[in-house]
Ligand binder design. Structure first.
Ligand code: FES
Length: 103
């Protein structure tokens, strides 16, 4: 294991928030992927990039909330969202902006 000191990396731009979007697929079962989580992740990623927010949007595996997916989590705020749709993307981005402004 290597330990990297971020202060030693002058080009390092740390993310202040992490958005996890479950894109897990369960054959024949309710899952986030079947609920359209991949386009949601893509839209979140595009909006965060367009606004140059210090936020990493990343896909993740199952977070145990399959029946209420698609699941999106904002960390370190520990904000969990279920049944997320494309219509929720702007609201999630607004929440990120509010959280960044208050931190
Ligand atoms: S498949 Fe997304 S939380 Fe389980």
């Amino acid at each position: 294991m290597k330990c990297y000191n971020k202060a030693m990396q002058p080009t390092h731009k740390p993310y202040k928030k992490l958005v996890l979007v479950c894109t897990n697929c369960k054959e024949g079962e309710k899952c986030c992927s079947a609920g359209g989580s991949e386009p949601i992740r893509d839209a979140l990623k595009a909006k965060v990039k367009a606004l140059a927010l210090p936020v990493r949007v990343s896909k993740t595996g199952c977070m145990g909330m399959c029946p209420t997916g698609p699941t999106v989590v904002i960390m370190p705020d520990d904000l969990w969202f279920g049944a997320v749709t494309m219509g929720d993307v702007d609201r999630i981005v607004d929440l990120l902006k509010e959280s960044l402004a208050s931190s």
